[in-house]
Design a protein around this ligand. Structure first.
Ligand code: AMP
Ligand code: ZN
Length: 457
C-alpha cells in the first residue's frame, strides 16, 4: 500500500518513494523563538508529527530534523525591520540569548504536552553560523549574489525557474514594485547576510563580508544539507512558507547544487480563529496551549481537534469545537480503558486505518474507522490492540491514560453533604448555594445512580 503525499512542488498527490530504501529524511522548519508558540503554529507541528508517525507505521526509519530560528528572522519578510530576537529583547529587558533559550524550552514543553515526538536533531541557527557562511561563500563564487549597503543579497533573476514552488508571477511582481525596490535589483531578491552597521546587536558574527548576521532562509538551507545531505526526502512547513521561505531555500540550494533539496514538499494549512482574520504572533492576540489548559482543556483534546480536519484544509478554531473534541477524545479513551489487554490488531481494520492514513494523512477518516472498531464484531482484546496500533499514528495517548481518583478536600466533601441534606429537606436555595461553593472550589457535582459524586471541574 503506497503512502500518497501531496507535493506542493508538483501540485499533486505522489506515492512516497524514499531515496534510501526503508529510510525517510524529514526536515521541518521550526519556531522563531522570540515569543510563545500559538495554537496555529502548533497545528503545523501536529501535522508534521502525524506525517512522521505515519511514515514510521509504514516501516520507515525516520530521521526528523527541526531547526530553531534564534537569529535573523526580521519582522518583515522583505528583509526590513528589526530582528525578531532583538526586538523581543527590548520588549522584555532580557538578552536575546536568554529569550531564545526561554522560548525554545517553552516550545519543547508544548510539544511534549501534545505528545509530539521530539525530532532526532534540534538544529539551532546560531550553532551553525560557519555552515551558513560557507553556503553563502559558495553561491557567491557561483555568481548568484551581490552586495548592497546593508548586506549580501541573492539575485533571483539569475535563476531560470525562481518561484516555481509558489508559481510566482515574476513579471507581475516586477511591475508592481518599480518604485520601492531600494538597493535590491529584483523585488524577490532576499538577504543572505546582513551587516550590523550602526545597530547595537547582541547577536553578530564576523564573516568574509563584514560583521553581521545571516538571513532567515540560509539557515534552513545550510542545516538541512548538514544533517540530511544534499538530497533528502521530505521538507515540511506551514503554507505561509510556500511563497517566500521555502521558495528562497530552494533558490539557494539550486544555486549551489543545481537541483531542489527535497523530493516532497507537503505544507500544512493554517488554523484560523473564529471571527478573526488570522492568528499571528505579531498581532499580539493569540491563543497558547497554556490558555487552553487554563480553561480546563487537555492538550490532547486540541490534538484530537487537529486530527478531525485534513491538514491541507483550513481549520477554524472555536471553543465549541474544542469542547466537542475533548468530549470525543474522553469517550474514546474511556472506551479503550475498559477493553482488556492481550489481543493482536485485527488485520482488516488495520489495513483500513492505514489506507486512510496513507491517503495523504486522512486523519478524520481514520478516526471514523477507529470509532467503527469499537462497534465491530471483534473480541474486546482485539479491539484494544487495533486501537492501540492506530494510536501510534493518532498520538492521543490512549494506552497511557488511567482514570484518576481525585482527592476531594474535606471542606468540599462537607459542602456536598450539606447539599445532600438540603435537597432531602427540600431547602432548594441552600442546595444551590452549596453547589455554587463546590464549583468555586474547582469541583463539579455529578449525579450518578449511586448518588452524587465530586469530580474535578
Ligand atoms: P514561526 O514561529 O512564525 O516561524 O512559525 C512556526 C510555524 O508555524 C511555521 O511552520 C508556520 O508556517 C506555522 N504557522 C504560523 N501561523 C500559523 C497558523 N495560523 N496556523 C498554522 N500554522 C501556522
Ligand atoms: Zn526553514
Amino acid at each position: 500500500m503506497d503512502l500518497m503525499l501531496y507535493d506542493t512542488w508538483e501540485r499533486r498527490l505522489r506515492p512516497f518513494e524514499p531515496i534510501a530504501a526503508g529510510h525517510a529524511g524529514l526536515y521541518a522548519c521550526g519556531p522563531t523563538v522570540y515569543d510563545y508558540a500559538h495554537i496555529g503554529n502548533l497545528r503545523t507541528y501536529l501535522f508534521e508529527d502525524t506525517l512522521r508517525r505515519v511514515l514510521q507505521l509504514n516501516g520507515y526509519a525516520v530521521r526528523h530534523v527541526m531547526n530553531i530560528t534564534d537569529v535573523g528572522h526580521l519582522i518583515s519578510d522583505a528583509d526590513t525591520g528589526e530582528d525578531k530576537m532583538e526586538k523581543g529583547s527590548r520588549r522584555t529587558g532580557k538578552t536575546a540569548w536568554d529569550i531564545a533559550a526561554f522560548y525554545t524550552e517553552t516550545f519543547q514543553h508544548d510539544l511534549v504536552r501534545l505528545n509530539i515526538l521530539p525530532p532526532m536533531v534540534w538544529a539551532r541557527a546560531t550553532d551553525h553560523i560557519a555552515e551558513q557562511i560557507a553556503f553563502i561563500a559558495d553561491i557567491e563564487r557561483k555568481g548568484y549574489t551581490y552586495r548592497t549597503e546593508d548586506g549580501i543579497y541573492f539575485d533571483t533573476a539569475r535563476l531560470e525557474h525562481y518561484g516555481h514552488l509558489a508559481r510566482l508571477d515574476i513579471e507581475g511582481l516586477r511591475a508592481g514594485h518599480r518604485v520601492d525596490l531600494g538597493a535590491k535589483r529584483n523585488p524577490t531578491d532576499f538577504a543572505l547576510w546582513k551587516f550590523s552597521g550602526d545597530e547595537q546587536r547582541q547577536m553578530e558574527w564576523d564573516s568574509p563580508w563584514g560583521r553581521g548576521f545571516p538571513g532567515w532562509h540560509i539557515e534552513c538551507s545550510a542545516m538541512s544539507e548538514h544533517y540530511l545531505g544534499e538530497r533528502f526526502d521530505i521538507h515540511v512547513g506551514g503554507e505561509d512558507h510556500v511563497p517566500v521561505h521555502h521558495t528562497n531555500e530552494i533558490a539557494q540550494h539550486e544555486a549551489r547544487h543545481g537541483h531542489v533539496p527535497a523530493n516532497y514538499w507537503p505544507h500544512g494549512a493554517f488554523l484560523k480563529l473564529e471571527g478573526a482574520e488570522k492568528m499571528s504572533k505579531s498581532d499580539g492576540g493569540f491563543l497558547r496551549l497554556e490558555t487552553l489548559i487554563e480553561r480546563g482543556y487537555d492538550p490532547l483534546a486540541y490534538r484530537y481537534l487537529a486530527l478531525t480536519a485534513h491538514y491541507r484544509s483550513q481549520l477554524v478554531f472555536s471553543w465549541q469545537a474544542l469542547d466537542a473534541a475533548q468530549t470525543a477524545r474522553n469517550r474514546l479513551r474511556q472506551a479503550f480503558h475498559r477493553l482488556p489487554e492481550g489481543g493482536t490488531p485485527d488485520e482488516t481494520y488495520r489495513d483500513r486505518l492505514l489506507a486512510e492514513l496513507n491517503q495523504d494523512l486522512n486523519t478524520s477518516k481514520a478516526l471514523a474507522v477507529a470509532w467503527e472498531v469499537l462497534r465491530a464484531p471483534l473480541t474486546d482484546a482485539t479491539k484494544r490492540a487495533t486501537l492501540a496500533w492506530a494510536d501510534e499514528a493518532f498520538g492521543l495517548g490512549l494506552a497511557a491514560w488511567k482514570p484518576v481518583e481525585v482527592a476531594v478536600p474535606q471542606a468540599v466533601q462537607a459542602l456536598l453533604d450539606e447539599r445532600n441534606r438540603a435537597r432531602a429537606e427540600k431547602r432548594w436555595g441552600d442546595a444551590d448555594a452549596a453547589r455554587a461553593d463546590i464549583e468555586r472550589a474547582g469541583f463539579r457535582i455529578k449525579d450518578t445512580p449511586q448518588g452524587a459524586v465530586l469530580e474535578k471541574a
